[in-house]
Design a protein around this ligand. Structure first.
Ligand SMILES: Cc1ncc(COP(=O)(O)O)c(C=O)c1O
Length: 348
């Protein structure tokens, strides 16, 4: 049986979190001399002299409406990369615990593991880019705290079979992290609905992809109240800045625009697939549920270098496990995709 107390680090159980000036006083007041801010203002048109809301209430309230998840089940981070790091710091004892990664997958899981001195056990995806459940079961031991599943997966673009993820959730006594950074581009359902079913589920999403706010750095984790409480305790007090909170709130009022872009992205994805298939140096294009495609080519490095000279940058993934010869191509605007396809005509 999963119990958060069985997997939480002892020092985090005992941790007394930082108490900010605004945590200690809540109510109506007009003179704030409690936080050593500059009382005169900011040398800007917009004023940022006050610390932001540590728990980002307004942004979470809006997200709660959009996602249908209570505020107490939402954590916000400085990008989902921060949420990933906080999961390591909350649950994994350095030098003792381990996590399971299923490469090829998003690179930050491994980097975060290395930073936190936590062993990353690799159980590669199958040739079909799906989970090797037997391999995962063999890799798990009593020190395994987290399993990271990225769906739709970066860099392969496909979704991971839902039933396989549910098998892990039902049988693993640690936390299964389902990273849904690209879910808005997918036909698959989000795992957010399963939060009431599985106490060991953490779903990651981000405003960096479909929402077009990568520069603001806002990532989301959805999980049980117990897990969210731990993450809030461990995070830096003001991890999402005031400008980002205000701008995110404005953007979240504009769902219609985002939905138009998602539709356009999917149309452009189809167009790129058709266009790229025409080149004889493109051997295969893997089905994608994301805003990028993975193309297997005869000469990934050659194409990459050729395009760099023309001012077009793709991601060369040819050195990544199971991705030999592969380039990862983000779906651009119609104009950008035209430039890419036209430029490739000159590649010999
Ligand atoms: C699968 C996946 N998760 C998380 C992230 C990071 O997102 P954020 O910008 O919210 O840190 C990325 C960024 O490329 C990603 O591909």
């Amino acid at each position: 049986m999963f119990s958060i107390n069985n997997i939480l680090r002892e020092n985090i159980k005992r941790l007394v979190p930082y108490s900010s000036a605004r945590d200690e006083y809540q109510g109506e007041a007009s003179v704030f001399l409690d936080a050593n801010e500059n009382a005169f203002g900011s040398p800007l048109e917009q004023q940022f002299n006050r610390y932001p809301d540590p728990l980002q209430y307004e942004v979470k309230k809006r997200l709660s409406e959009i996602k249908g998840v209570p505020i107490r089940n939402i954590f916000l981070g400085n990008g989902s990369d921060e949420a990933i790091d906080i999961l390591f710091r909350s649950f994994c004892n350095p030098g003792v615990d381990n996590v399971i990664l299923v490469p090829p997958t998003y690179g930050m899981y491994k980097v975060s593991a290395n930073i936190n001195d936590v062993e990353a056990r690799n159980v590669p995806l199958t040739e079909e880019f799906q989970l090797n459940l037997e391999g995962i079961a063999e890799a798990i031991d009593k020190h395994t705290k987290l399993i990271f599943i990225c769906s739709p997966n970066n860099p392969t673009g496909n979704s991971i079979d839902r039933a396989d993820v549910e098998t892990l959730l039902a049988n693993f006594n640690g936390i299964v992290v389902v990273d849904e950074a690209y879910i808005n581009f997918s036909r698959q359902k989000t795992f957010i609905q399963e939060l009431t079913e599985y106490a060991n589920l953490v779903v990651l999403q981000t405003l960096s992809k479909a929402w077009g706010l990568a520069g603001l750095r806002i990532g989301m984790a959805f999980a049980s109240e117990e897990i969210i409480e731990v993450m809030n305790k461990v995070k830096p007090p003001y991890n999402v800045n005031e400008a980002s909170q205000q701008l995110a709130l404005q953007a979240l009022a504009n769902v219609d625009q985002v939905n138009i872009w998602i539709k356009e992205t999917l149309m452009q994805r189809d167009r790129l697939v058709i266009g790229l298939k025409d080149f004889d140096f493109v051997l295969d294009i893997y089905p994608s549920d994301a805003n990028f495609i993975l193309a297997k080519t005869t000469d990934a490095r050659g194409i990459y270098n050729f395009l760099v000279q023309k001012g077009i940058i793709l991601r060369d993934r040819s050195k990544v496990e199971l991705c030999e010869g592969c380039l990862r191509i983000t779906v651009g605007t119609p104009g950008e995709n035209t430039i890419l396809l036209q430029t490739l005509q000159d590649f010999k």
